[in-house]
Design a protein. Structure first.
Length: 147
């Protein structure tokens, strides 16, 4: 009887140990969350922190403030902001690149929403909140990703 019990234990022991190791590896017993947990430790954003045109910039800002004047039907300034390619490949009527991925200070979009470089502030008749302008700057700094 004892040898049969030992044989069963010998067969089940590796399975039991593996199960315990897997369960211990899945528990979150680490350090408490800190403000730096949203990046990789050197200040660079993780993918979850990256803003995108389709997920953040277009639905939260552009569709609210810009499409009424820069929609596909009759885009003022010949600037159609309904399509991502219109952002990245466009030059404004002033001849400046509208968005320079990685360089918000060279992007006319930033100049327009900030009202800098001698250009009229957009949107006409109002202005974006500082947090919205910062989101646009951050998106461009991150390379102006679509997704």
């Amino acid at each position: 009887m004892i040898s049969h019990t030992n044989a069963v234990i010998a067969r089940l022991l590796p399975i039991l140990l593996l199960t315990l190791l897997l369960a211990a590896g899945c528990s979150d017993m680490g350090d408490p969350v800190s403000p730096d947990d949203n990046n990789n430790g050197n200040g660079d954003p993780t993918p979850a922190d990256t803003l995108s045109w389709t997920g953040d910039i277009y639905p939260d800002i552009i569709s609210t403030y810009c499409i009424s004047c820069h929609g596909a039907s009759f885009p003022q300034g010949n600037l159609d902001l309904t399509d991502f390619a219109g952002w990245i490949d466009a030059n404004s009527l002033s001849g400046n690149p509208f968005v320079v991925p990685g360089d918000p200070d060279q992007s006319e979009l930033v100049w327009r929403v900030e009202g800098t470089n001698g250009l009229a502030r957009m949107p006409q008749g109002g202005q974006l909140a500082d947090s919205e302008i910062e989101a646009i700057r951050t998106w461009i700094e991150q390379g102006a990703p679509k997704q």
